[in-house]
Design a protein around this ligand. Structure first.
Ligand SMILES: *Cc1c(COP(=O)(O)O)cnc(C)c1O
Length: 387
């Protein structure tokens, strides 16, 4: 029997402790300044985040959902328009499409990458399609060269849901910069997380940028003059200062996630599970380490008894949510998304995870499947970690 000790799914207290002095200083500077809405701290973070992504502009908003909704509006997506997105995404992606009055058109994922299947996206395009909304799910970029050329051929906007993929890249280019707008969330558990809600949109298009700046602030054209029915969806000044303090750690944290994923890969090589595929051309930032496992629910319970917390991202494919009970979506079939939702399991993965914790998790997974524990070849771990 393996040694039992608790492994949480994520550990935000440890991540916060690692950067605590910088956070305390950032918070103190905002309190001292006494300016709590927009202002310098937001502008400074926007500049830093745009630079991090290799984009011309970033606009800070209140959440990932706000980033998506405001981006769709800034790109003139609205009633009568169809937006093609992933059937296995987080519901926030789909809610944003519904909130602007457009119609979500779902497509099945590729069973290995968990990202949208490009052929399925092409098949879903109609004369009403206005935009493609790819999701870089779990931190792995969607196939952006194929999606980009598909969008160009059909005259469609591309709006990326990069809420799980800060720092991920496709063929060396940062996600979020392939289309009209790239949407990020700074929900605390994301690769870059605030101490509360936050989000941002990156774009190279000055028109989209100006519209976002207006839409997040009631639709103001200038102070007290409203040009369009906007929102109160600004990034908090305090959260912007906190994000500026954490951003310099992001690359090291993403690298730590990749090392942990490589160690899981090596230790779980003999288990009868499908491990996540890190496909060519893609820099995966491992927001989540998602396996496909037979007897998934039994495995999760077995791990839970040993103090290991796991997650399911997500237990329901989009079209199976009760909110669609009376919608034509409920009658549609997405066989890959439906099968995945019953097989996927997210193992603990966060930057401060230690080797003993990963070994404990892997040993328990192997024990569940009756696989004899085999220490990873150091060489295999090294080479996997290098990719
Ligand atoms: C987290 C997330 C969102 C929503 O972000 P919030 O900041 O929680 O509103 C949208 N899409 C995906 C894929 C996400 O993971």
């Amino acid at each position: 029997m393996t040694k039992a000790f608790a492994v949480p799914l994520i550990d935000l207290a440890a991540e916060t402790a690692a950067v605590r002095p910088e956070l305390d200083a950032a918070i103190a500077s905002v309190l001292d300044r006494g300016w709590f809405i927009l202002g310098d701290a937001v502008a400074r973070f926007e500049e830093q985040f745009a630079q991090f992504c290799g984009a011309r502009y970033a606009v800070g908003v209140a959440s990932g959902l706000a980033a998506l909704e405001l981006s769709l509006r800034a790109c003139d997506v609205g009633p009568g328009d169809e937006v093609v997105t992933a059937a296995n995404t987080f519901m926030g992606t789909v809610l944003a499409i519904l909130h602007v009055g457009a119609t979500p058109v779902l497509v099945d994922p590729h069973p290995e990458s968990f990202n949208v299947d490009v052929a399925a996206v092409e098949a879903a395009i109609t004369r009403r399609t206005r935009a493609i909304l790819p999701v870089h799910l779990y931190g792995q970029p969607a196939e952006m060269d194929a999606l980009r050329s598909l969008a160009d051929r059909h005259g469609l906007r591309v709006i990326e849901d990069a809420c799980q993929a800060h720092g991920a890249a496709y063929a060396g280019q940062s996600v979020g910069t392939f289309g009209a707008a790239g949407c990020f969330s700074f929900y605390p558990t994301k690769n870059l997380g605030a101490l509360g809600d936050g989000g941002a949109v990156v774009t190279d298009d000055p028109v989209v940028r100006d519209r976002l700046v207006s839409l997040r602030n009631y639709g103001e054209a200038r102070k007290n003059v409203i040009a369009t029915a906007g929102y109160n969806e600004r990034l908090d000044t305090l959260q912007a200062a906190i994000l500026s303090a954490k951003l310099p750690r992001l690359t090291a944290w993403n690298n730590a996630r990749a090392r942990h994923a490589a160690l899981y890969d090596a230790l779980l090589a003999d288990a009868p599970i499908a491990r996540p595929a890190a496909l060519g051309k893609r820099t995966h930032v491992w927001h989540l380490y998602v396996i496909r496992a037979p007897r998934r629910d039994e495995l999760a319970a077995f791990l839970s008894q040993r103090g290991i917390i796991t997650g399911i991202h997500y237990p329901l494919p989009v079209h199976r949510h009760p909110m669609f009970a009376d919608s034509p979506l409920a009658a549609q079939r997405f066989p890959v998304a439906e099968r995945l939702s019953g097989e996927i399991l997210s193992l603990p993965l966060f930057p401060t995870l230690c080797r003993e914790q990963i070994e404990h998790v892997a040993a328990c997974v192997n024990e569940f499947f009756g696989v004899s524990p085999k220490p990873a070849e150091p060489a295999a771990v090294e080479s996997a970690a290098a990719t």
